[in-house]
Design a protein around this ligand. Structure first.
Ligand SMILES: *[C@@H]1O[C@H](CO)[C@@H](O)[C@H](O)[C@H]1NC(C)=O
Ligand SMILES: *[C@@H]1O[C@H](CO)[C@@H](O)[C@H](O)[C@H]1NC(C)=O
Ligand SMILES: *[C@@H]1O[C@H](CO)[C@@H](O)[C@H](O)[C@H]1NC(C)=O
Ligand SMILES: *[C@@H]1O[C@H](CO)[C@@H](O)[C@H](O)[C@H]1NC(C)=O
Ligand SMILES: *[C@@H]1O[C@H](CO)[C@@H](O)[C@H](O)[C@H]1NC(C)=O
Length: 462
């Protein structure tokens, strides 16, 4: 009897070992700048925001990173992968205002190997520069003179004077695209431009501010903007998930709440020209007929504006082409009205793994750890479709595909290892397919005392 119990126990243990949540191991933790600019605005720091998409970017044999120094000078870093030392150059531009939106974002156009940089905007003109051809791969000396003069247009394309959230996306077809918002928070349009044959062209707006939203209590809002969790290509398909931010604060139960509501999902199979909902019905055309809050069949998780739902968290796509999204909010068991998201989210907000099943339905699973911050988390997957979520302060929690993403375990605790990270981080998404998560973070500080900007590299499940 005892022997049988022992054997059963051993088999159970073995099964657990085989199914253990995927691990990470630290390869390196490199200081890029001992004195990055530090100030907290809109609950964030300017060097590290989840909406940047590409503050750190791998392209072929090189990795690039961007940040502002203590004096606000824009710096671009480059190293040869996997472990070359960093070179830096100073762009002839300084941060214009102490606003955490005004981050630096990087892209590469594969057709000519030019590096693109967009920075320093929040409902203002953007600042943009482009490098000489092939600087992304040539290894030529890393000096600012290899970049063109800074402009407020994308080449000859004038995108206006109310720009926020510039994001570069490299498509599997080797095009560079540019996703951005025009207008303002609560009254903005989401836009797409494309670089080809050496120039930028406008594709147009694919999500507009129009339509009518009625909250459960009857309050009505007639303007908003779509905040996206990402713009992710897998094969021919572009996947977008997001949340709406209403202009009328009355749609939330509290004036200090967040007016974000619902999680939407759309996709495009023609490089962002036409858009489809989860039921494969065409719902939008960029430029002429953008989606809006009243577009049918785009909500994949319903939630009203009373729960402190965060915007611009993160998303990824698995090897079979199904989207996985991280959203976070305060579950109803803690309160049905988040009165002040800045105090209630750090106490009670939880991340949720929201993903599409092969039959098209969406499943939402609460991840059993607190966010412990106002800010956001980053989701990524390894080649075996295991999920890794980097919670604020570089706490890495994982779940295995083998268990249907249920065995959530904290496998790296950046709080315990005293990284002293200021909450939110950004991720080099282009490097993930090589089995490495490069995570940019900045150390916590007080007031405007500068702090270190660092890059920590983890290998995934190995
Ligand atoms: C940026 O700030 C630095 C340090 O204060 C200064 O030396 C430099 O001239 C400024 N650059 C620009 C382009 O304003
Ligand atoms: C998504 O589409 C599938 C397949 O048509 C459907 O079964 C499912 O209910 C839809 N899910 C949502 C959240 O719309
Ligand atoms: C779709 O798949 C999910 C996950 O396997 C399952 O829970 C759900 O019942 C399925 N729904 C339909 C309509 O087949
Ligand atoms: C992470 O580390 C902190 C500081 O040591 C500790 O308080 C916390 O309980 C740890 N979290 C987990 C999930 O182990
Ligand atoms: C960051 O520093 C501020 C100011 O000292 C402090 O109030 C806050 O608790 C720190 N955050 C973390 C996560 O340690």
């Amino acid at each position: 009897m005892r022997l049988i119990q022992f054997l059963a126990g051993a088999v159970g243990l073995l099964a657990n070992v085989c199914k253990a949540a995927p691990s990470v191991s630290v390869v390196s933790n490199t200081q890029l700048d001992p004195e990055g600019i530090f100030f907290v605005s809109y609950d964030g720091v300017v060097n590290v925001n989840s909406f940047q998409l590409s503050a750190v970017l791998t392209y072929k044999n090189y990795q690039f990173a961007a940040w502002y120094t203590s004096t606000g000078t824009a710096i671009l870093g480059r190293r040869k992968l996997p472990s070359g030392s960093w070179s830096t150059l100073q762009l002839p531009h300084n941060l214009s205002t102490m606003d955490s939106h005004n981050a630096i974002n990087l892209g590469v156009s594969p057709e000519d190997g030019k590096i693109h940089v967009a920075l320093d905007c929040h409902s203002t003109s953007l600042f943009y520069t482009i490098s000489e051809a092939n600087l992304a791969t040539s290894g030529n000396s890393w000096v600012a003179s290899r970049f063109a003069a800074i402009t407020s247009t994308l080449g000859t394309l004038n995108i206006g004077t109310e720009i926020t959230y510039p994001q570069f996306v490299i498509t599997p077809q080797n095009l560079l695209q540019f996703v951005f918002r025009t207008g303002i928070s609560g009254d903005g349009a989401t836009q797409l431009a494309e670089y080809s044959a050496g120039g930028w062209n406008n594709v147009g707006s694919w999500a507009s501010a129009t339509g009518t939203y009625t909250a459960p209590d009857g309050a009505v809002s007639t303007l908003r903007n779509l905040y996206i969790h990402g713009f992710t290509y897998h094969g021919e398909r572009a996947y977008v998930s997001g949340t709406w931010r209403e202009q009328n604060a009355a749609v939330s139960c509290s004036p200090e709440g967040l007016t974000n509501h619902d999680t939407i999902y759309i996709y495009s199979d023609d490089l962002g020209r036409t858009w489809f909902n989860n039921a494969s019905a065409q719902v939008g055309t960029s430029g002429t007929s953008p989606i809006n809050v009243n577009t049918a069949g785009i909500i994949v998780d319903s939630l009203d504006a009373d729960h402190g739902l965060m915007n611009q968290e993160s998303q990824t796509v698995d090897s079979t082409g199904l989207i996985h999204i991280i959203i976070s909010y305060v579950p109803g068991r803690f309160t049905q009205c988040v009165e002040n998201y800045e105090t209630v989210r750090p106490e009670f907000a939880r991340p949720f793994h929201l993903y599409q099943n092969p039959n098209g339905t969406f499943t939402k699973v609460e991840i059993p750890f607190f966010i412990q911050a106002v800010g956001r988390s980053q989701i990524l997957m390894d080649s075996e479709d295991n999920v890794y979520v980097i919670l604020p302060y570089v706490r890495v929690v994982t779940a295995s595909k083998a268990t249907g993403w249920t065995d959530w375990t904290m496998v790296y605790n950046g709080t315990a290892t005293a990284l002293d990270a200021f909450g939110e981080v950004t991720l080099d998404r282009a490097r993930v397919p090589t089995g490495v998560a490069s995570v940019l973070y900045q150390q916590n500080s007080t007031g405007t005392t500068p702090s270190a900007v660092k890059l920590i590299d983890f290998t995934l499940n190995g």
